[in-house]
Design a protein. Structure first.
Length: 218
């Protein structure tokens, strides 16, 4: 069959092979591959050069994609930055799931978890700083991170009964949400300072202090 053979109704018929090529994008690359390359290129360039200093043209060259491909996935650079923010939120969510998997942890286990958050933030310092810029650049991104705290709080409630949000009393539920958010903000501040190398207090003491605060809600 030719690529544009005529059907009995006179409309063009696209062969199965052509349809596969069209779905897979240029040079047989899947749509997922193109998006992944773009996100990886954005992560590298935004961290190395800065978000404001990186142009769409820079991203196209680094990801080896066309302008049309870029706008297939993202409306603009802010939308691409939002995708990176979602990835960062998912990584942070995995940290809280790691805590949940400890079952009923003791102070030392929580302290070890807290220190691990700081170590990971040091390893991903560029991304942590980029996310700090993201919330300053766009109110929608700030709201995205605030909404993520509710998700983290739900995970905390799995291990710490006094933070469990699945209760009917609205006032008590909001008090628990506020307490969880304050604890989560401590984690975020520690992660941010660890990424910058500006946490000047003893990390072991800080970790145990946070752990004891959290264990009050067990």
């Amino acid at each position: 069959m030719t690529l544009a053979a005529e059907s009995t109704c006179g409309a063009p018929v696209v062969s199965t092979a052509a349809a596969r090529r069209r779905a897979s994008g240029p040079r047989g690359q899947s749509q997922g591959d193109v998006r992944t390359r773009l996100v990886m290129a954005a992560t590298r360039l935004f961290v190395e050069r800065g978000f404001l200093q990186t142009s769409v043209e820079d991203l196209l060259g680094a990801a080896r994609i066309s302008r049309a491909s870029f706008y297939t996935y993202f409306e603009n650079k802010i939308a691409l930055l939002a995708a990176l923010a979602d990835d960062h939120i998912e990584r942070r969510m995995r940290h809280f799931h790691d805590l949940a998997q400890l079952g009923r942890p003791d102070v030392e286990q929580v302290a070890l978890w807290f220190r691990k958050v700081g170590e990971t933030s040091q390893e991903q310092a560029g991304i942590v700083r980029l996310m700090r810029l993201a919330v300053a650049l766009d109110p929608d991104l700030m709201r995205r991170f605030v909404r993520a705290r509710d998700k983290y709080a739900e995970v905390l409630g799995q291990n710490f009964s006094r933070l469990d949000l699945a209760i009917s009393n609205r006032e008590e539920r909001e008090e628990r949400r506020a307490a969880a958010h304050l604890l989560i903000i401590q984690v975020e501040q520690f992660a941010s300072s660890s990424a910058d190398g500006t946490w000047h207090l003893d990390v072991d003491i800080t970790s145990r202090t946070f752990a004891r605060s959290l264990m009050q809600y067990a």
